[in-house]
Design a protein around this ligand. Structure first.
Ligand code: SF4
Length: 330
């Protein structure tokens, strides 16, 4: 019977090479793809992930990041990276889930596309050890791209994997990975994509959320990638959709207690107000911001419908100036 492993599978080049190296040895690889809470409307992305798994002949499992993401983002034990990315905690959390899947699938080990020294936070040599230890996977976590530089894992010691056929890549360069992909004709996502939390714009939103709403929920995290965000009062966040697909998406996240804003008599974005303490000043300011982003913008007058707890009121307002919007933008 061939050896079996679960491989974390982002669709990035490193994860694809890790799977390919193992498949080349005849190992059964189950590719495990995690979907971040703020990755919405990504059917097309998932279709690509499926095609990447197919090119490798790997069975694919798709796992949605759940509510536990919220607690992690509130208080990561190992802190944040350059922006709002709690990468070490995130890897540990995901690997704990992967360990459960490994048991359920009867796999013998877990593989990742991690490369020693490639990422400043989660792929330093000491971080790799911390992650492995805290995920309860000592000896069971194989990094095929850097295996030659690391202590042999149980799978290598027991000859489930031929260590000699694995790689010894380290550092931030991608020359060797690109050469490998070209040699075997492997497609992957471009490196620039990736997780929203590693981006400066998201960091500002997370910092704002933690400061103004320490009890933020999973829904608040899901909203991080949607629309333009504004801080109106200390507790009020206002989100304006940027286009038609975001209008539909934002509508799905309107919870009981939230305020919904729609232009009246003109095409425009949907707005979502959260944490509004029923004060007229905040509501009208949200209306004014919404009108600023209306397609048929009128600088002197606009009407906005505000719906809260199944009751709608129409406000007649003057759109906010660009400077007013900028001053509240997160
Ligand atoms: S980049 Fe994002 S998804 Fe990846 S480990 Fe860091 S926080 Fe998690």
């Amino acid at each position: 019977m061939p050896s079996k492993c679960i491989a974390l599978f982002s669709g990035g080049l490193d994860s694809i090479i890790a799977c390919h190296l193992l498949k080349q040895q005849g190992i059964e690889v189950i590719a495990l793809h995690f979907v971040l809470p703020f990755d919405h409307g990504i059917k097309s992305k998932l279709d690509i992930i499926i095609s990447f798994a197919n090119q490798l002949g790997a069975r694919l499992i798709i796992q949605q990041d759940g509510e536990d993401f919220t607690d992690m983002l509130k208080n990561p034990s190992f802190g944040f990276g350059k922006h709002a990315n709690p990468c070490i905690d995130c890897r540990i959390r995901r690997l704990k889930k992967t360990k459960e899947i490994m048991s359920a699938e009867g796999a013998q080990f877990i593989a990742t596309g991690e490369v020693v020294g490639q990422r400043p936070m989660s792929q330093r040599r000491d971080s790799l050890n911390i992650i492995e230890k805290h995920a309860g996977l000592l000896g069971y976590l194989l990094r095929p791209l850097s295996a030659g530089l690391l202590k042999p894992t149980v799978a290598e010691q027991e000859r489930l994997v031929n260590r000699e056929l694995l790689l010894s890549i380290q550092g931030r360069g991608r020359k060797e990975q690109l050469a490998y992909a070209a040699r075997f004709g492997l497609a992957s996502f471009p490196p620039a994509g990736g997780c929203l939390l590693t981006k400066e714009s998201a960091a500002a939103k997370v910092v704002d959320l933690k400061a103004s709403c320490p009890d933020f929920t999973f829904s608040d995290i899901q909203l991080l990638s949607i629309g333009r965000h504004f801080r109106i009062m200390s507790t009020t966040r206002f989100i304006v959709a940027r286009d038609e697909p975001e209008n539909s998406l934002l509508e799905k996240f309107i919870l009981p207690g939230d305020y919904r804003f729609d232009m009246v008599g003109a095409l425009g974005p949907v707005g979502l107000g959260r944490g509004i303490a029923e004060d007229e000043e905040s509501i009208q300011f949200c209306c004014r911001i919404l009108a600023r982003y209306c397609k048929a913008r009128c600088d002197s007058h606009a009407s906005v419908s505000v719906t809260h707890n199944n009751r709608s009121v129409v406000y007649s307002i003057t759109p906010a100036s660009p400077a007013d919007c900028d001053s509240r933008k997160i």
